[in-house]
Design a protein around this ligand. Structure first.
Ligand SMILES: [Cu+2]
Length: 184
């Protein structure tokens, strides 16, 4: 028990010592200010380089024309929620983030998700037929089984992340999904 606690305490001491060193350097004023500032830069960029959102098993529903959708499971390793604000795809200039919800008449319909996809730490955010999806409108060309569509997400932290969705056929349900939205 104490064996595992010691390294952790050591890390805290090290961090405190580093902060003290930086504070002291700050007090030193203009004299060789560049040297103490340098150690902070690699740490900051390492944090920024880690992808805020990762995608598991991304796929896109095959289609000849018109609309189709991208599905998969999003998760974040960040300690705070990350929002997918928008998406772009290589399949069309028109892409929207959609949810499926009850409309005014109670029927389930799909519609743009106003606040984006909010991904909570520790909870996968699932895109699936009948639920949340990335809608591709006005397909430029057919998507066939095995085709790959490149998807780039814009995130609330200002970063972007790109993944490839694999074309997959789904058995039936397409018309129901597109016209009534309760295919799930
Ligand atoms: Cu949709």
């Amino acid at each position: 028990m104490s064996a595992s606690a010691r390294p952790y305490r050591g890390l805290l001491l090290f961090t405190a010592a580093s902060a003290a060193a930086l504070a002291l350097a700050g007090c030193a004023g203009g004299r060789s200010a560049a040297a103490p500032a340098a150690p902070a830069a690699p740490a900051a960029s390492a944090v920024a380089a880690a992808p805020a959102v990762t995608i598991t098993d991304p796929w896109v529903k095959t289609a000849e024309s018109g609309m189709t959708a991208v599905f998969g499971s999003f998760s974040t390793s960040a300690s705070a929620p990350v929002t997918v604000v928008s998406a772009k795809t290589s399949a069309s200039p028109r892409t929207e983030l959609h949810e499926v919800a009850a409309g005014a008449d109670g029927a389930m319909v799909m519609r743009p998700k106003a606040d984006g996809f909010v991904i909570e730490p520790g909870t996968p955010f699932v895109l699936a037929p009948g639920g949340n999806h990335i809608m591709i409108m006005d397909l430029a060309s057919p998507i066939r089984p095995g085709d790959q569509v490149e998807v780039t997400l814009s995130l609330s932290d200002g970063s972007t992340t790109t993944f490839r969705a694999l074309g997959k056929e789904t058995s039936g349900g397409e018309e129901k999904y597109d016209s009534e939205g309760h295919g799930g």
